[in-house]
Every structure is written in C-alpha cells, then in structure tokens.
Design a protein around this ligand. Structure first.
Ligand SMILES: Nc1ncnc2c1ncn2[C@@H]1O[C@H](COP(=O)(O)OP(=O)(O)OP(=O)(O)O)[C@@H](O)[C@H]1O
Length: 262
C-alpha cells in the first residue's frame, strides 16, 4: 500500500542548524498493516509522518501510495487519501461548527453552506452511536463544547468517514486522561478493523505499541532500527523492546515520556 524508498529529510540545510531528521529510510507497508511506531526523543517519528503526509517534501528518495508516486504531491492533495490525527484534540475539527456540520465537511458533502440531507444525518447518527459517548443526541451542538476525548473520537470518525488509503495517528491519545485514552484506543482498534484500514500509529506507550496492530517499528536518529511482526512480536515484552533499543543503538532509550509511562 505504501512504499517508501531511501527518503532523507534535512531541516535548515546548509546552515549551522542543519539537522538530518530522516536518513535514507525505506519502509514497505502492506495493505491492512496496522503499524505502531516507537522511538527515542527526536528520532524522526513525526517527521516521517510529515514526509508521508506531504507537510515537508523529502530531499531524496520516493514515496508511492497505492501504486501512485506521491513524492512531490502537495499536502492538500495527499489529504484526500491520507487521514491524520494529532496529539492536540483541538486540531482536526472546527470548534464553531456543529458536530453534524463537521461530519458533513469530512464526508465531502458541504458544511454549513449547504443543507445536510436527511440521509446524511442518519448516517452520521449511526456513526456517532458507535462512539458510545452520547454525541448522536448532540449533533446540532458546536464541537467547541466537547471534551478533549469526545473531540478526538469525533476527529477519528471524521478522518475515517470516507475510509482513507492510509491513516496516520501521531500520539493521538497522549493528551487525554488514561481512561479516555484507553477508550479512544479501543475505538481506534475497532474502526481500523471494521474498515480494514492501513494504519500507522506513533505512541509513547510501549505496552499499547505491542498490544495494538500487527507490526511494530522502532526508530532512532532518523532510521528504522527494528521492525517486528508475526510470531516474534507475539512474545515480546516492554523490557524486550528496551533491550532491543540498547542492542541496536548502543545506548539506553532516552524518550522521557516513554520511560515515565513504564
Ligand atoms: N520544522 C522543523 N525545523 C527544524 N527542525 C525540526 C523541525 N521539525 C523537527 N525537527 C527536528 O528533527 C528531529 C526529528 O524530530 P521529530 O519531531 O520528527 O522527532 P520525534 O521522533 O517525533 O520526537 P518526539 O518523540 O520527541 O516527539 C528533531 O531533532 C527535531 O528537533
């Protein structure tokens, strides 16, 4: 589904602040893969998503999504086939617009500018019911009134209402309280499964990284240092991941949030 070949991405090239954030990275994501991504601070995880999503164009290498070379495709065009969620629940939905208007925009059926059809309203209600947060009875309320967890769940729904070819989740539960984070993770699991989505999720929670999805990738200094799936992944523990990091990078994992979560 996604074929990344030898991409490099450098910030502030040619200046004293030059930083190679992604270094000759290759990755093949299979159709239906759900990959969890962990790694050191500044390893390049978010930059990898920004490269895939088109926020930054890579210096070299190629990115092919579903057979189409998107290496130079602008971000807004990639957004048609790549859904993204960020850590901040305030991103991704419009606070002044109602829940149904936000969903209508996400579904590509206009927003507040055009009337929302009865059929769409019914469809949105059915989707919202799945969230089990009572939002189906608040469809005319502005999104700004929702809690962080409700808003993130809604954003997840918006990003998948027209199933994307690829869903990128960048620590999308990190800003939520533990119980709400768990709920949104469970929702993520069911939405990905039901829609057979191809998904990549950055997380600082190593336990979630092993529990969710079918494959885990570890990054350090702009490279993938460990890529595990199948039988080998099934038996892995968080301690094994820490040991693997030490083995492959020659140092202890220095991601403060990851270690705090242990
Ligand atoms: N817009 C930018 N301009 C300059 N440098 C940047 C920019 N974005 C990221 N970087 C640098 O690139 C490197 C990779 O950053 P990135 O945010 O991708 O890491 P990360 O693995 O997501 O880290 P974390 O787990 O700490 O969020 C870091 O050294 C970071 O400081």
């Amino acid at each position: 589904m996604l074929d990344i070949r030898g991409i490099t991405l450098t910030f502030n090239k040619g200046t004293v602040n030059e930083k190679v954030a992604i270094s000759d990275l290759s990755l093949n994501v299979n159709d239906g893969d759900f990959i969890t991504i962990i790694g050191a601070n500044g390893a390049g995880k978010s930059t990898l998503f920004n490269a895939i999503g088109g926020t930054f164009i890579t210096d070299s290498g190629s990115i092919v999504l579903d057979g189409k070379d998107i290496t130079l495709t602008p971000e807004h065009k990639r957004a048609r086939s790549i859904g993204r969620l960020f850590q901040d629940p305030m991103k991704g939905s419009a606070p002044g617009m109602t829940i149904e208007e936000n969903l209508a925009l996400a579904a590509g059926h206009g927003g507040w500018l055009s009337a929302i059809s009865k059929k769409d309203k019914e469809r949105f209600k059915k989707c919202l019911r799945q969230l089990n947060m009572g939002l189906e009875d608040r469809m005319q309320q502005p999104v700004g009134l929702l809690s962080g967890g409700q808003r993130q769940a809604l954003t997840l729904m918006m990003a998948t209402i027209n199933p994307p070819k690829l869903l990128l989740l960048d620590e999308h539960t990190a800003a939520l309280d533990p119980a709400t984070a768990e709920k949104v993770l469970e929702l993520t699991r069911s939405i990905v499964e039901e829609n057979h989505l191809t998904c990549m999720m950055i997380t600082h929670n190593m336990q979630s990284a092993l529990e969710l999805g079918n494959r885990t990738i570890m990054m350090n200094a702009g490279r993938i240092i460990y890529d595990v799936s199948g039988k080998e992944r099934e038996g892995l523990t968080v301690n094994d991941l820490l040991e693997k990091f030490r083995e492959t990078s020659g140092k202890a994992l220095d991601n403060d949030r990851m270690l705090l979560g242990l």
